[in-house]
Write a protein that binds this ligand. Sequence first.
Ligand code: ZN
Length: 382
Amino acid sequence: MGMEAQRARKTYKYPLYPTPTQAQAVETVLWRCRTLYHVALEERKTARERCGVSLNYYHQANELPDLKAACPDYGEVHSQVLQVVLRRLEKTFQAFFRRMQRAEKAGFPRFKGGNRSRSFTYPHYGNGATLDGGILTLSKSGRIARKAHRPIEGTPKTVTLRQEADGWYVAISCADVPVHPLPCTGQETDIDMGRASFATLANGQPIYNPSYYRKAEAYLRRCARRVARRKKGSHRRAKAVKLLAKAHQHIANQRRDFHHRQAAQLVRVYDSIAYEALQTATMVRNHQLAKRIQEAGWSQCLTILTFKAASAGKRVEVVSPAYTSQRCSGCGAMVHKGLSVRWHACQECGTSLHRDHNAALNILRLAQQLRSRPGEGRQAST
Ligand SMILES: [Zn+2]
């Protein structure tokens, strides 16, 4: 299949062990990044309200030297780290303008509170941040020890430091990571996000959601109630907040593990996996379903699956959602049904199966069609 020369992108994450002084230094960088985000957002807002102009990234990046002259504290942060903050804001605004153009309800970008933004990034490896065995060297924050439990492959590109509930982590994104192809099996499938299950495969086999999230949810609620009960600003409340954050992190880790395990298995068994692009606009309108989507972390799983497939020399394809759940997989007739109707029963040909299974068969066929007509692009006809 010509996979020999293929290379993939991959991110490696390691725990960091900063000394108390170093921890304070990186926390200060994080704090400066947050204030910069806030200041730049305010500037955009004011320019828009008072003068009716939209500032862009280049305008704001050109102001950075002046900002550093006025507030020398910013001089302690690597300039490219600050640029990444402004780029992140630019992205937020572009998404905002896109939503406005589509005449959706567009909320003006808000300030991300202390809990929302917990990371900062060096966009060019070697410029401000380098790895040297078990040591991460930051030009302005010193040499921080890290766990080096698995070696990095490929060419390091970006370095991100992230503060999680149990401490600091470094994530190194690498390009040109050599692919370690898995043996081909000649099998192909698709996955469809289920409602009764986490996902359904084309052969009708469901993948069930692990039950630990529901169990953990009760524990989460208890943690949250404890935070709410305790007096604001008190030491006991701060302790409860920490416990709550840890509980959240634990669940997120468990879920990611589940996604990794499922993705690894799919990639082992199938050479080609197709899935349907989510129509998020329709989904979010239905709150119950939206919650479930969130829970299932469907998009996280697909991202993991795509990366895993790329590094195993397998293929993942996105199919446009062309009535895959309404169309009959047996005869192609349209059988309209609301989201609550879970069974597909066709009057035309008598096909009768679970809604998710029917959609899965349709997606598989669309993926096969796309492959056999490569010139026609991804636009599947209705
Ligand atoms: Zn039919």
